[in-house]
Design a protein around this ligand. Sequence first.
Ligand SMILES: [Zn+2]
Ligand SMILES: [Zn+2]
Length: 243
Amino acid sequence: MGFWNVREYVLYRDNHTCQYCKGKKKDPVLQVHHIESRKTGGDSPDNLITLCKTCHHEIHEKGLEHIFQRKRPPMRDASQMTAMRWAMFSRIREKYSHANITYGYITKCIRIANGLSKSHMVDARCISGDPLAKPSGTVYLLKFVRKNNRQLHKATILKGGKRKSNKAPRFVKGFQLFDKVVYERKECFIFGRRSSGYFDLRLLDGTKVHASASWKKLKRVEHASTLLIERRKGDSSPTFALA
Ligand SMILES: [Zn+2]
Ligand SMILES: [Zn+2]
């Protein structure tokens, strides 16, 4: 995003504090030092560190450049990650031609440049490329769950025709774990079930709706899936960080 932005980012990351004297020298002039030379190491944030002018001068004067180490992940992990990312990305691209790659530091950069506070919702805005978009008044809470319907689970149940554990069967009165249901006009999820037909109902964040609601009062709105989505009225407007 250009050196100027990266410089701003590095200053922010380092708390506008010299990373050598930690501010003890009380020099208000801050500079951004290249750990490896700009020519070989480049302008990426992991090659940059904040130093006060006094320390910066001292480090170059005394030839102490080697004391700073670039923070880089091990090469093996990094290359594996890259191969996996590319494979995933090319498959996504086949389906969604407008898909693009972005990086955490870009999100962070956009967030800081727009003076926004740190939250998942703000990060999503920054990734979308429209960090100051007008909020719709609705937020979605997502949760991934296991459905326990893999072959392994089915096999254990079928063997000998009996259940191994004392858990309720997968379907009770036609309902299963994580079905989205309406109970007394409230949308919630099945978090627990008893073979007697009574259900533990909750919102996705775990808030109890009813600990033992009868199946007769439930209406399913969505079958269980590994990705549960709860729609809420809420404000996703970006809050501004204090300068
Ligand atoms: Zn210093
Ligand atoms: Zn330097």
